[in-house]
Structure formats: C-alpha cells, structure tokens
Ligand binder design. Structure first.
Ligand code: HEM
Length: 137
C-alpha cells in the first residue's frame, strides 16, 4: 500500500522538480524577474519531496529493509536497502538548502541560481538512484 503511494508520488515529485529546475534555468538565462509564481513552484517542489521522504521512510520501516543490509554484495538489494534511501535523503537536504538560500537573497538572478544549482543537483542524484527496473514494470 505505502509502496504504491511511494511509487505514484514519485511521478508527481519528478514532474514538478523537473519543471522547477527548467523554470530556474530559463529565468536565469533570460534574466527574468523572480515572481510569486517562481516562489510557489519552488515551495511546491520542496513540500512534495518532503512528503516523499516521509512515505519513503514508512516503506523502508514496514518493508524491514534492514535485513537486506547483510546482503551488500547484491547490487539490486544494495540499491533498495542503502543507496536509494541514503542518496534521496542527501538530495532532499540539497533541496532544503536551495530553498533557504533563495530566501536570503534579494536579486532575482541569485534566487534563480540557487534553485538551478541546488534543485538541479538534487534532480541528478534522484534520477541516478531511482530503481528504474522496479518502477517501470
Ligand atoms: C525524492 C525522493 C524519492 C523518490 C523520487 C523515490 C522514488 C522511488 C521509486 C520510483 C521507487 C520504485 C517504486 C516501485 O518499485 O514501483 C522507490 C522505491 C523505494 N524507495 Fe524511494 N524515493 C524517494 C525517497 C525515498 C526515501 C527517502 C526512502 C527511505 C528512507 C525511500 C525508500 C524506498 C524503498 C525502501 C523502496 C523499495 C520499495 C520496494 O521495492 O519494496 N525512498 N522509490
């Protein structure tokens, strides 16, 4: 049950995060003014990823993945039991840092830059550690 929610929520997380990163890069390149719309998009991505963190923790605990920690030589179980949770937590920390950095900045350019760098890096990490073969079948 929780696993299904985690699986569907991931679509929403990825879609909004990609949208937020692309929006930040466009804003930066076209030297746009940072508006309330950009603020809302960044906040939306922040909230969605934090909810995914809570659902992920629930899946992890319910699924007793700790028992697989003894099987670190198997790359499939290592991905689910260790790499995926750990890297996703790091990605969410980066998103939180990007969010708080943008708030301290005044210039539109700096705000877009914070989102482009921190959300962008988080997106790359997330894409690299999604269990694609489990997800898309
Ligand atoms: C942005 C953050 C995250 C995204 C986008 C994400 C995405 C996904 C996806 C797409 C799957 C495959 C689902 C499937 O098999 O259909 C998955 C599986 C899983 N995720 Fe996450 N996840 C995130 C964060 C986390 C966190 C923080 C944890 C734990 C602390 C976690 C724990 C798990 C576990 C244990 C599975 C394996 C479930 C299973 O196959 O039984 N995830 N995740």
């Amino acid at each position: 049950m929780m696993k299904n929610i985690h699986s569907y929520w991931a679509f929403i997380v990825l879609a909004v995060l990609i949208f937020a990163v692309v929006n930040a890069i466009i804003g930066l390149l076209k030297k746009k003014e940072f508006t309330h719309k950009d603020f809302r998009l960044g906040l939306f991505a922040l909230i969605l990823t934090h909810i995914q963190l809570l659902i992920g923790l629930a899946v992890y605990i319910v699924g007793s993945w700790y028992s697989f920690l003894s099987d670190m030589k198997n790359s499939a179980t290592r991905l689910l039991a260790l790499e995926h949770p750990l890297m996703m937590i790091i990605a969410i920390v980066l998103i939180t840092m990007g969010w708080s950095k943008h708030k301290k900045q005044v210039k539109s350019e700096s705000k877009f830059k914070s989102f482009a760098i921190f959300y962008g890096l988080a997106l790359v990490i997330i894409l690299s550690r999604i269990p694609w073969s489990n997800w898309l079948v």
